[in-house]
Design a protein around this ligand. Structure first.
Ligand code: SF4
Length: 365
């Protein structure tokens, strides 16, 4: 089995074989999977761990994804939009921490006023975050849902260079089950392709353990990442929010969900060697050592929260969200020590572009 995993052919791997890998239980084959993912990470991305300061700029959303705690129809949510100064202060906190990049995240709003607001913030952060250590300022990533090509171009021209738009599942029937009929898989895909064409470092990802989801569907998701040539991947276990209408029981127990989530990271690393993969907050919410274990299985990015504490609890996509940040007791120091003890190198003042993005953009020069 060990030889099998180290000899996997990323271009010709079948859905059946990938689904088998995703089902690996603790034992010799799973350790071979982890070690192979680690080897590929070291060979393609070095030992560095990059930080993206996560700033949840607004929980106002015009959509109604059926799994999401801040969906428009959830009237119990206290809505907020951070002021320009609040976002700038949070971004400068990330500079002080030594991060090379941030991710501005919000619910989906497509009106011009919102795009104006984000564009102005991007420009201000780019100007203010420049220093000797960060001559081009912070790298700015966005996660603002589906936007028109015109809006995406405006955001890119303002100075954002990365965009994360999760497809959530690549199975069209499952996509239709977890979204209202007004949201289409085709639109999401088309927006993802626009991002790439505009020049963004493009990220996507899926939820793991949705009701009705199979390992074969998750295997297809991994092949989608490869075939759509994406640069960054953020995947997380599906965690239930009680005030949402998604019907059906979760596909897995928590123990199985954690295991499959880690197997997904490792299998994705093998199939997409040069992409950045995040060890997500949802993984840590599911398990206290989730981020560290995600790194051990092939992730190379973490996203500590820098949403102001007084707003963070209002951005609840799911229940019990974990928070890795300097203001959370000794969690931050412990995390850094854990990372170092795993032979990984916390990387400060570095953008940490994915080698996949660098290779595909250089090949077009
Ligand atoms: S997942 Fe995003 S777009 Fe969907 S309801 Fe939640 S915040 Fe809005």
């Amino acid at each position: 089995m060990t030889d099998n995993i180290s000899a996997l052919d990323q271009q010709n791997i079948s859905i059946k074989r990938l689904a088998q890998i995703l089902s690996c239980k603790p034992g010799e084959e799973r350790e071979a999977l982890r070690l192979q993912a680690q080897k590929i990470t070291f060979d393609n991305l070095s030992r560095a761990i990059y930080f993206r300061g996560l700033i949840e700029i607004s929980n106002v959303c015009t959509l109604d994804c059926r799994y999401c705690g801040i969906r428009q129809s959830n009237r119990s949510v206290r809505r907020y939009t951070l002021s320009h100064d609040e976002v700038l202060a949070a971004a400068m906190e990330c500079v002080e921490m030594g991060y090379g990049s941030i991710l501005l995240q919000s619910g989906e709003r497509t009106d011009d006023a919102f795009i104006d607001y984000v564009s102005e913030i991007i420009r201000a952060i780019k100007t203010k975050s420049r220093s000797e250590k960060l001559p081009d300022g912070l790298a700015i990533g966005l996660s603002l849902g589906e936007q028109s090509e015109k809006s995406l171009e405006r955001l890119y021209n303002a100075g954002a260079t990365r965009y994360l738009l999760r497809i959530e599942t690549t199975n069209p029937e499952l996509f239709a089950r977890i979204h209202p009929s007004s949201q289409s898989f085709e639109n999401r895909l088309s927006c993802l392709r626009s991002l790439r064409n505009i020049g963004f470092m493009t990220g996507t990802g899926v939820m793991i353990g949705l009701p009705g989801q199979t390992l074969e569907m998750l295997a297809s998701d991994i092949l989608f990442f490869r075939d759509e040539d994406v640069d960054m991947i953020g995947m997380g276990p599906y965690l239930i929010h009680p005030d949402t209408p998604l019907p059906g029981a979760p596909a897995m127990s928590n123990e199985e969900l954690f295991r499959v989530s880690l197997n997904m990271i490792a299998a994705t690393r093998i199939v997409c060697p040069g992409v950045n993969i995040a060890a997500t907050t949802a993984l840590e919410t599911l398990h206290p050592e989730g981020r560290q274990t995600g790194i051990a299985f092939g992730a190379n990015v973490v996203m500590p929260s820098h949403t102001p504490l007084y707003r963070s609890s209002d951005y609840n996509l799911y229940k019990g969200k974990a928070r890795l940040s300097r203001d959370n007791g000794d969690t931050w120091e412990r995390f850094l020590e854990d990372v170092k003890s795993m032979g990984r190198v916390p990387s400060f003042y570095a953008w940490g572009d994915s080698p996949h993005f660098t290779a595909r953009t250089e090949s077009h020069d």
